[in-house]
Design a protein around this ligand. Structure first.
Ligand code: ZN
Length: 270
């Protein structure tokens, strides 16, 4: 990244390369297999701010980009990549693109999509092929809203590839590998052959990642040996939470010290 990102941009930061993802090696592996061997429906679960959405966004961009690198990174500059980057800011109801990519893509915000919009998706997707990707963001919301029957039928009847995310509730351990997903029905769960939960990065990996991001975003870390361990501990290893702290640091003169971490209201950000 050559231009200095604004705090707002840091807060909304999405990785553009697989090497920019901390932890979540199983999610990355699932995407690499998908990009290598082709489609199977995939469901990604995990608590909030553990990297689900960011990993999915990168995976979809890599799947759609006609100029993917040997390392399976999207180019980031073609019109498909650009549309995907701009589109996720305004994901509301349905978002569809048909760009220079050979694939077509539909994103459905399951919290806000209307029944009429769902009917449009299921009708349009039905005409498409296995090069169509449909992303169901927070798929469990369909069940909670009592409208998942329509989608179950569409998943069964179309050759499209379905990617879904669901927030899992943490249970007991701090590994992020949790199973309980409120509102997700067994029939919906059964539609996804690949299911992966987020996993939090261990301290050495997250330490290296924080240093890397601070360098890229030109944030100076004061008292590094105190600041980084405190940040990891207080964020409970959640990368999405670390990003929020870095965004605040960027707005305060691009410096991050132990007092900033100690003073950050992690509960309010949760
Ligand atoms: Zn591209």
């Amino acid at each position: 990244m050559k231009r200095l990102l604004t705090p707002r941009e840091i807060q909304r930061w999405y990785p553009e390369r697989w090497s920019e993802i901390a932890g979540n090696s199983r999610l990355v592996k699932a995407w690499h297999d998908f990009l290598q061997y082709g489609g199977t429906n995939m469901l990604f679960t995990g608590p909030s701010r553990t990297g689900k959405t960011r990993t999915i966004a990168l995976g979809i961009m890599a799947a759609m980009c006609p100029h993917r690198s040997a390392k399976k990174d999207p180019c980031g500059v073609c019109s498909t990549c650009q549309q995907l980057m701009n589109g996720r800011e305004s994901l509301n109801g349905i978002f569809a693109i048909l760009a220079e990519s050979k694939c077509s893509y539909f994103a459905v915000d399951c919290e806000t999509v209307s029944v009429d919009e769902l009917k449009v998706v299921t009708r349009d997707v039905r005409m498409e092929s296995a090069t169509t990707l449909v992303y169901l963001d927070e798929v469990a919301a369909l069940g909670r809203r009592g409208i998942d029957t329509l989608m179950l039928k569409a998943i069964d009847e179309t050759p499209a590839i379905w990617i879904a995310s669901a927030i899992a509730v943490r249970k007991g351990n701090a590994k992020g590998n949790v199973k309980r997903i409120p509102g997700l029905s067994d029939p919906m769960l059964a539609r996804f052959a690949v299911k992966e939960g987020t996993a939090l990065p261990l301290e050495p990996e997250l330490t290296a990642w924080i240093k890397e991001r601070c360098k890229a975003w030109e944030i100076a870390i004061e008292k590094e040996e105190q600041t980084i361990p405190l940040l990891i501990k207080r964020s409970r290893h959640r990368v999405g939470m670390v990003i929020l702290v870095l965004a605040v640091a960027a707005s305060r003169g691009r410096r991050l010290g132990p007092d900033d971490v100690a003073g950050f209201d992690f509960q309010a950000a949760d």
